[in-house]
Design a binder for this molecule. Structure first.
Ligand code: SF4
Ligand code: SF4
Length: 132
């Protein structure tokens, strides 16, 4: 699954630098997404950055709507279990991506706290226990 850029794009350039995989290209006027490079930002961000930062309503959208409810998707599917697993895999992938982002948020917060404690310790000459 990839994202695509539609005719609603106003060529603001925001998505170009936001894409972590280099999937977005432009000829200076129009923008496009290489479906082979787009991975919906999985492993980088909890949400697709091109869509999140796009100032338009619908300039950057999933190639296939991913926000259909499970019920709606299953009701229209010709192959029930194929559709079920597709929805399941999408949701698992999103959850994993969100956890990845939380992990690094936690890591940076702990790192900052420990750094501040070390600086305080160096200033005061005291011993402070660090958060593991
Ligand atoms: S969804 Fe993510 S990887 Fe795909 S084009 Fe948008 S920013 Fe790039
Ligand atoms: S962020 Fe949206 S409007 Fe701006 S270039 Fe990308 S798709 Fe077009």
């Amino acid at each position: 699954m990839a994202y695509i850029i539609t005719e609603k794009c106003i060529s603001c350039h925001r998505c170009l630098s936001a894409c972590p995989t280099g999937a977005i290209a432009t000829d200076g006027t129009t923008f496009s997404i290489n479906a082979d490079l787009c991975n919906e930002c999985q492993g980088y961000y909890g949400v697709p950055q091109c869509r999140a930062g796009c100032p338009t309503n619908g300039g950057c959208v999933p190639a296939e709507p991913t926000d259909l409810s499970l019920r709606a998707k299953l009701e229209t599917a010709t192959d029930y279990w194929s559709a079920w697993f597709e929805v399941y895999n999408q949701r698992v992938a999103r959850l994993k991506a969100a956890q990845y982002e939380d992990y690094w948020q936690h890591w940076f917060e702990s790192y900052s706290q420990n750094l501040q404690k070390l600086q305080t310790q160096a200033k005061d000459g005291t011993t402070v226990a660090l958060v593991p």
